[in-house]
Design a protein around this ligand. Structure first.
Ligand code: SF4
Length: 282
């Protein structure tokens, strides 16, 4: 192990020891490689912690199996409203989009309130994450300790290899980030790749989104106004809009609620997935 790696590890351990709360840390564990590294660092630091996984119900099956097999000590936050696809089908709002991502708060940002958290966020991952520091705060002003915030990808992998940290097999297939399959925040090509790899998830998204239109397009809201769904003539139109980010032709000139959707090709936008379970880009 070279000196810079030794320094990184000892700084991370020092940080965890310095900020250890009496009741122990809440460690946000997604099953991804960064989560595995922060859990190992917490163990090496001998700080008290309990690790938690937020069950999104749409994570890749390989990832879920990995967590169950190799991290049986991790506790699960189960979603209050059941499976996400059932929620998409029933909830009286449009399916989650890049601008209206209600599912993150319901499925990925649970748990850890009023606790000091350890998260595996890294500044190198994206522009949005560059603002993160070793000690940050979440939306509830809870302290967040980020022991690998300044680690590069290579350093994460070096640590994994040198400490024989187990990781999900999907990385060996070339996946670099793991999380909700079909997430609307992912780049278009990534979403397509995910749907090609796990086609059942695409079927489920389509079913849920079409069921959502069936349920809400023709009945009025409590105030008598129609749901936004009524602007789509068919369930297929809503599904295609969600899938391709292209609104139907008959929407032209209709600017109402434009924040819900866009006709632009968003494939090259660097929108961020919330892998840590903590709000980072709002
Ligand atoms: S990561 Fe994407 S799909 Fe998962 S909860 Fe957040 S917005 Fe929804």
């Amino acid at each position: 192990m070279n000196n810079s790696m030794k320094d990184l590890i000892s700084r991370a351990i020092q940080l965890l020891k310095e900020h250890e709360p009496q009741e122990g840390y809440y460690l946000a564990f997604s099953g991804g490689k960064d989560s595995c590294v922060i859990k190992k660092l917490a163990q090496l630091s001998r700080v008290k912690f309990d690790a938690w996984y937020n069950n999104t119900t749409i994570d890749p099956p390989e990832l879920v199996r990995f967590i169950k097999q190799h991290h049986a000590d991790v506790k699960w936050n189960q979603p209050r409203h059941g499976a996400m696809m059932a929620r998409v089908a029933i909830k009286p709002s449009l399916p989650p989009t890049r601008s209206v991502r209600w599912c993150c708060s319901e499925y990925k940002e649970q748990g850890g309130k009023n606790r000091v958290k350890i998260v595996g966020v890294r500044a190198a991952e994206s522009n949005a994450r560059r603002k993160w520091k070793a000690i940050s705060e979440d939306g509830n002003e809870d302290k967040i300790v980020c022991p690998i915030v300044d680690w590069s990808d290579d350093q994460v992998w070096q640590f994994i290899k040198e400490h024989a940290v187990l990781y999900c097999s999907l990385y060996d297939e070339g996946w670099t980030r793991l999380g909700c399959v079909g997430c609307p925040l992912a780049k278009k090509e990534n979403q397509e790749r995910e749907f090609a790899r796990w086609p059942r998830y695409k079927v489920n998204w389509e079913r849920a989104i079409k069921a959502n239109w069936e349920r809400h397009h023709s009945k009025p809201k409590r105030n008598g106004e129609p749901y936004y769904h009524a602007k789509f003539k068919t369930a297929e139109d809503l599904w295609q809009w969600w899938l391709t980010a292209k609104r139907p032709d008959y929407f032209r000139g209709d600017c109402q609620s434009m924040h819900h959707f866009t006709n632009e090709d968003l494939s090259d936008l660097q929108l961020e997935l919330n892998w840590s379970g903590i709000k980072i880009d709002e």
